[in-house]
Design a protein around this ligand. Structure first.
Ligand SMILES: [Mn+2]
Length: 331
């Protein structure tokens, strides 16, 4: 596929590691993902945003390194998942767009670049998996989808935190993006099409809670998730995001996972969802006809332990790819 000269100017090439154990019966994920310029009409693409300038948890920054580290973990993945019986080695065209050429000293210019590239990708009709970066980057990519659909976007945030703070000194950060997407852009997401899942923990504050309550935003705490179970919560989640919308977007802050599944993040939080819960959410979401994008934010490799958090990122990408294959093949 072709992107405009402007979009090409804002992209940097990213590399995938080569295969480690050739086996004629095993197709590795890295050998399935193609350069976007070489596939005419891809089904789904991967885009990195290596940018963590707006991280409000500055003591544990490092998510700018996540796109490279998550891609590095692709080398451990093949093409088939027995639980969902999906093989992505054929019947689906997957491409890598590389990374946004970010400017670490200029937040709004970086978001502008990400928005331009994401807009062109969405205009082509394909789906997109984004690897951040701090969670502030979600502002740019959701904004692109809102523009494309005049705000008819269903939005899910799986996160320990609601990220609906008021802007810090008027500026956006990794704690303000959802409030801005709901109240402060040209074609905002409607409150009734937004749901937050996994909220918990002592990093939170009452002012944000009041914003959710005042605007009747549906949030499902980690405790409620565990009491009801994944299946029931996912059913409600889909009802909210598919109601009168044209596109749906799933945003994962990796800290929605329990601290034991995601130590490598800015705000590791006890009492959270399991890795299986995350995979189930990604899969059930991706199977929906109007699911257009998923992002994985806040993986911070410098604070990771044995690559646990980065492997989880790679798994979520693979799961999303698998769900799109399933949708495509009508299985
Ligand atoms: Mn969070």
């Amino acid at each position: 596929m072709k992107l405009s000269g402007t979009a090409m100017e804002y992209l940097k090439e990213a590399s995938l590691p080569s295969s480690f154990a050739p086996d004629k019966y095993q197709t590795e994920l890295n050998n399935i993902i193609k350069d976007f310029r070489k596939v005419e009409k891809p089904d789904v693409g991967i885009l990195g945003i290596p940018f963590d300038t707006t991280s409000i948890w500055s003591a544990r920054k490092g998510s700018a390194g996540a796109p490279a580290e998550v891609r590095r973990m692709f080398q451990f993945l093949g093409s088939y998942e027995p639980q969902i019986n999906v093989d992505i080695s054929r019947g689906i065209d997957i491409v890598d767009f590389g990374d946004i050429d970010v400017l670490h000293t200029n937040v709004m210019e970086t978001y502008r670049r990400a928005e331009i590239v994401a807009s062109e990708i969405f205009q082509s009709g394909m789906s997109l998996a984004v690897i951040g970066g701090d969670h502030g980057n979600t502002y740019a990519t959701v904004k692109a989808l809102c523009k494309e659909t005049k705000g008819k976007v269903g939005l899910i945030n799986v996160d320990a935190h609601p990220d609906v703070r008021e802007s810090h000194h008027g500026e956006i950060s990794s704690g303000t993006q959802f409030r801005k997407l709901l109240t402060d852009i040209e074609n905002p997401v409607r409150f009734e099409n937004f749901v937050e899942i996994g909220m918990r923990g002592w990093e939170n504050n009452l002012a944000n809670q009041k914003f959710l309550d005042d605007n009747k935003i549906r949030y499902i705490t980690a405790m409620e998730f565990k009491e009801r179970g994944a299946k029931d919560v996912i059913r409600e989640m889909l009802e909210i995001v598919l109601d009168g919308t044209e596109a749906a977007y799933l945003s994962f802050d990796i800290d929605g996972l329990d601290i034991c599944y995601a130590p490598g993040t800015a705000a590791p939080t006890p009492g959270g969802l399991s890795s299986g819960d995350y995979l189930q959410i990604a899969y059930e979401f991706g199977k929906q006809k109007i699911s257009r994008a998923m992002d994985i934010m806040e993986i911070s490799p410098p604070f990771d332990s044995n690559n646990i958090t980065s492997i989880m990122g790679a798994y979520l990408i693979a799961q999303f790819l698998g769900s799109i294959k399933k949708r495509k093949s009508g299985q």
